[in-house]
Structure formats: structure tokens, C-alpha cells
Design a protein around this ligand. Structure first.
Ligand code: SAM
Length: 345
């Protein structure tokens, strides 16, 4: 069969195992970098399958480390694999993999938080936003302390169609601490419903694929790990700027157990708080006694639209931050003059 013949060509030749490579290059996991490796290729194959069909695909793998997931991506038939790795110690091992898959691997020594992925792939792979996603995937098993800021940055990029999303609706398959994976995918009313649930789900279809027990990693982390798949939506469920939505959602969830109007109140300076809260709740037509965890995305959309309307009418409202007001008040109480307090911001 021609198809299976072609697939045979993309499979890697025999190589030292990932475990042997770790020993060969003395790649001890750095605890302060939260490095936990996956050595079981059946597991890395399973993660890669969540991304969908990779034959002939462009892929960016974030944090390849000793290269277990990298091998699975190559075996799945990726034609162009860009590896972004921060720790130089892994580069020689990754070069070995690159030699085993000639012309298919590019290695970047860099930080994924600052890497310009919009320049990492040719423009001709782009698809219009409304079309099917481009044949470009981002896959990664990153440290937990990087995965959360990174997904927030990429959600912002999805909203603005920048970074990896200049190519269209690029799909992501990433690992998170199990609790974060649950928050990302939590439905309305569930205990895990949080800021992350709303921010991810208003922009993407988010799927919690499966959980990997901590014992599958070397060294074993304290927690289990969830694999999450994201496909950006053609039409975001909230049509307001990311920063505005983020501000509304952050304020809503600062009092998770209280009625949602309590969070809404904090969007407004004290002098006009009651009046504008009432106006916003009425305009949005949301029951003020719902808890933040009970809000659906259409509820949050109505609240964000109502807030945007007030911000257009009341200049300066968008830049108001309750916590900042609180901080200035505390400083003033300590005896600083208003100017000292201001200089301290
Ligand atoms: N992907 C490998 C695996 O599954 O065995 C390694 C996983 S380990 C949890 C995370 C990897 O991400 C490490 O190789 C680490 O050096 C790398 N890394 C950490 N922070 C990074 C960053 N900001 N940019 C790129 N790579 C990073």
C-alpha cells in the first residue's frame, strides 16, 4: 500500500532510547525548572494522537527536553517540526534526533514566552480564520509554571489573531497540572468553574483529553497531569477586546462564593459604584444573585457588553482598578501625602 510505504519512510531509524540519551548527555532534571520527563513512548504517542492527523503537518513543540514527545511527533509523520527549548543541555540530544529525520527538524534555543512564532513558519501555510484550521499544530509538555502564563498569552493572541494565530486557527495540544486542566474545561455550575474556564471557552473549543498519573513522569511530580486540546472558534463567544473581557471576568471571580454583583461593584469607583452596578446588571439582564460559577458564557457576554457600553460613555472607567484604589487608600492611611502615594505606583 502506497500510504503505509510513505509512513514507513517517516518513522525514525533505530536510536538510543530516551532514557539512554538522558544518561549519555547527563541530562539530570532541574528541579527549579520543574522538569519532569515522559520516557514511555506509548504515552507520548497517545498525547500526539490528541492533536489529530499530523502526516505532512507543520508542528511547533514547546519544551522538547530529552525528546520523547518529539519522537512521537516525527513518527506521526510531521513534515516540519520546530523545537523551541530553553535549556541548552538538551540541544545535542535534539540534534541527534534531527539527524535521524533529515530536513524535518529545526531547533531554536529560546524561550517560548518571547519567541516570535509568527515568523517561525512560511506564510503560505496560512488559512483564512473562517476556513478549516491550518496544517499547523502546537504540542508541548511544559513546566506548570510556564504552561499557565503561556496559555493566557496565547488566548490573548487568539483574540487578536497574532503570534501563532496569524496562520489561522492553529490548534494546541498541551499538558497542565490536572487541576488547571479541569478549570480550563469546567462547565457552568461546576466546582472548578473559574476565570480560566471563561477565558478559554469564550475563544476556543476546549477538550480535556485524558489524565496522566504523576508516576508516569521522571522524576515524579507531586501532581497528576491533564492533556488539553484547544481549537480556536471561528466566532469568539464574546465580541469585546480581550483586556476588557479579562477585567470583567477577573472582577467577577474575585468573590467566587458571593453573588456576582459583588464582583461587578468593584468595576466602579466608590463615588458612582451603586448606581453604575445597578445600571450594568439591568442592561445585561443577569440575575445579580447568581454566583460567579453559575454564570454561562452568554451571561458574561451580556455583562462585558454592558460594561463596554458604560466605558464608552464614562471616559476613564476602563482604566479604573479597584485594587489600585484600595492600595492608594492604605498608603494614605499610613500618613503619606497623595503625591508620595502616587509616586509609589
Ligand atoms: N517535553 C519533554 C518531555 O515530555 O519529556 C520535557 C518536558 S519538561 C516538563 C519541560 C521542558 O520545557 C524542559 O525541557 C524545559 O527545559 C523546557 N522549558 C521550560 N521553560 C521553557 C520555556 N520558557 N521555553 C522553552 N522551553 C522551556
Amino acid at each position: 500500500m502506497a500510504g503505509s510505504g510513505k509512513l514507513a519512510n517517516v518513522r525514525l531509524p533505530p536510536l538510543p532510547t530516551v532514557g539512554e540519551l538522558i544518561k549519555l548527555y547527563n541530562l539530570r532534571a532541574e528541579k527549579q525548572l520543574s522538569q519532569n520527563f515522559l520516557l514511555d513512548l506509548r504515552l507520548t504517542d497517545k498525547i500526539v494522537r490528541q492533536a489529530g492527523r499530523l502526516k505532512g503537518a507543520h508542528v511547533c513543540e514547546v519544551g522538547p527536553g530529552p525528546g520523547g514527545l518529539t519522537r512521537s511527533i516525527l513518527n506521526a509523520g510531521a513534515a516540519d517540526l520546530l523545537l523551541v527549548e530553553k535549556d541548552t543541555r538538551f540541544i545535542p540530544g535534539l540534534k541527534l534526533l534531527s539527524e535521524a529525520a533529515p530536513g524535518r527538524v529545526r531547533i531554536v534555543h529560546g524561550d517560548i514566552l518571547t519567541y516570535r512564532m509568527d515568523r517561525g513558519f512560511p506564510a503560505n501555510i496560512s488559512k483564512k480564520w473562517e476556513e478549516v484550521p491550518p496544517n499547523l499544530h502546537i504540542i508541548g509538555n511544559l513546566p506548570f509554571n510556564v504552561a499557565t502564563p503561556l496559555i493566557i498569552k496565547w488566548l490573548n493572541n487568539i483574540a487578536d489573531r497574532t503570534g501563532p494565530f496569524v496562520f489561522g486557527r492553529t490548534q494546541l495540544t498541551l499538558t497542565f497540572q490536572k487541576e488547571v486542566a479541569e478549570r480550563l474545561t469546567a462547565s457552568t455550575g461546576s466546582k472548578q468553574r473559574s476565570r480560566l474556564s471563561i477565558m478559554a471557552q469564550y475563544l476556543c473549543t476546549v477538550h480535556n483529553c485524558f489524565t496522566i498519573p504523576g508516576r508516569a513522569f521522571v522524576p515524579k511530580p507531586e501532581v497528576d497531569v491533564g492533556v488539553v486540546h484547544f481549537t480556536p472558534l471561528v466566532q469568539p463567544q464574546i465580541q469585546q477586546p480581550f483586556q476588557l473581557v479579562e477585567k470583567v471576568v477577573r472582577n467577577l471571580f474575585q468573590f467566587r462564593r458571593k453573588h456576582c454583583y459583588k464582583g461587578v461593584e468593584k468595576l466602579f469607583p466608590e463615588a458612582c459604584r451603586d448606581e453604575l452596578t445597578q445600571e450594568m446588571m439591568q442592561k445585561a439582564d443577569v440575575d445579580p444573585t447568581l454566583r460567579p460559577t453559575e454564570l454561562t458564557i452568554p451571561h458574561v457576554r451580556a455583562l462585558a457588553d454592558a460594561y463596554a457600553h458604560l466605558c464608552t460613555r464614562e471616559p476613564g472607567l476602563l482604566s479604573y482598578e479597584f485594587r489600585e484604589e484600595l492600595r492608594l487608600k492604605r498608603l494614605l492611611r499610613k500618613g503619606d501625602t497623595p503625591v508620595d502615594a502616587f509616586m509609589d505606583t
